[in-house]
Design a protein around this ligand. Structure first.
Ligand SMILES: [Zn+2]
Length: 365
């Protein structure tokens, strides 16, 4: 008798907990991804920024330490040891190696689906927020194909077919002939940074938005009226409405450009923009505990070959001696960072094409 009662209690308990488990799973099925790319953000500039923030600004270390784990990524493209942003972003977006200067690829007469296309198929919302033209190599690889990354007009036309929910970046010039077409597809079009600023201040809530912050590229960090964190916050307001979750790609685009110019302090400013974004992202993620949000931060490649060489400096200051060894990219592995609610296994060194698989496993419900 006693055994029967214990058995009954066990069964009732199991059924109830199974029910609770399945219902919580039901509610919890929305999986979202925020992929952040620091263009040209090699390990040396991460180091320099951390020294700058902790020793010069006396403001603690970067928000990078809030991630749950990190790993190294091999970056070569199909045809060169040193990749460019087009081939690197295509590897992330499609899982395929392509030659430098190419975004996306065609196989069997069709554009190979990108992670954004797959997110759409899964019923998720998609978005892009960048500090360059929306047609620039990194964002383009997520929605377009072009043998040449420089074919901005051709790339712009393809955004129309991406069915993207929100895009914020420069490039109005290339989209000017397409605006009426975009409006027909129920996009609200914002044409300047000031107009976007007003929309944010007035808490305008749009269904689908394409916001241009510059004719071609937005200015550098200190001249940008709206920093990356505010733009991403605004994009998330649109994306988070979808109960199936979302895929958002954010690029801190200009770290790379100042690395090409060998301008350390401008590079550090762009890192500050990214660091502020991370602070916002972790608060956001924590406030949405019921949602499963994967945050992945990557660089596409190093740029500039920066070394920190001032062996007589007791502290890091803006006068700290550094060497840049090139005005182009370098071949070093880059560091990836991830933050996740449950266990995510990433090997210590992976190829950049493997990022696609990690994203896919997550985007597919
Ligand atoms: Zn570059």
């Amino acid at each position: 008798m006693r055994i029967k009662i214990i058995l009954l209690i066990t069964i009732v308990f199991s059924v109830v907990s199974l029910f609770l488990l399945s219902s919580s799973k039901e509610e919890n099925h929305s999986k979202s991804v925020i992929l952040i790319i620091g263009d040209g953000m090699g390990l040396p500039i991460i180091s320099a920024y951390e020294y700058y923030k902790s020793e010069y600004q006396k403001n603690g270390f970067s928000n990078f330490e809030k991630f749950d784990g990190s790993f190294l990524v091999r970056t070569r493209s199909q045809d060169y040891v040193i990749t460019d942003s087009a081939a690197a972003a295509t590897a992330f977006a499609t899982g395929k190696k392509v030659p430098n200067y190419q975004v996306g690829l065609i196989e069997n007469g069709k554009r190979v689906p990108t992670i954004m296309d797959i997110a759409k198929e899964e019923g998720k919302s998609t978005g892009i927020v960048v500090e360059c033209s929306l047609t620039h190599a990194t964002p383009a690889a997520f929605y377009a194909f072009s043998k040449s990354r420089k074919d901005d007009q051709f790339i712009a036309q393809q955004l129309i077919y991406s069915n993207i929910d929100v895009a914020i970046g420069g490039g109005l010039k290339y989209f000017e002939p397409l605006l009426s077409n975009l409006q027909k597809q129920n996009y609200t079009i914002i044409k300047s940074e000031d107009e976007l600023y007003q929309a944010i201040i007035n808490k305008k809530n749009y269904e689908r938005l394409i916001a241009f912050t510059a004719s071609i590229h937005p200015p550098k960090y200190k001249e940008r009226k709206i920093k990356l964190d505010r733009k991403v916050e605004y994009a998330l307001k649109i994306l988070e409405k979808n109960k199936n979750g979302f895929f958002l790609m954010v690029e801190a685009s200009q770290i790379d450009w100042f690395a090409h110019d060998n301008k350390l302090m401008d590079e550090i400013d762009e890192m500050e923009d990214l660091d502020r974004l991370l602070s916002f992202i972790f608060n956001y993620k924590n406030s949405k505990k019921e949602n499963d949000i994967l945050v992945l931060l990557l660089a596409d490649h190093d740029c500039g070959g920066l070394t920190l060489v001032d062996y007589k400096a007791p502290y890091f200051t803006p006068e700290f001696k550094v060497n840049y060894s090139t005005t182009y990219h370098t071949a070093e592995h880059i560091v990836g960072f991830y933050s996740y609610n449950s266990l995510l296994k990433i090997k210590p060194i992976i190829d950049n094409t493997e990022i696609f698989q990690i994203l896919c496993n997550y985007v597919k419900r």
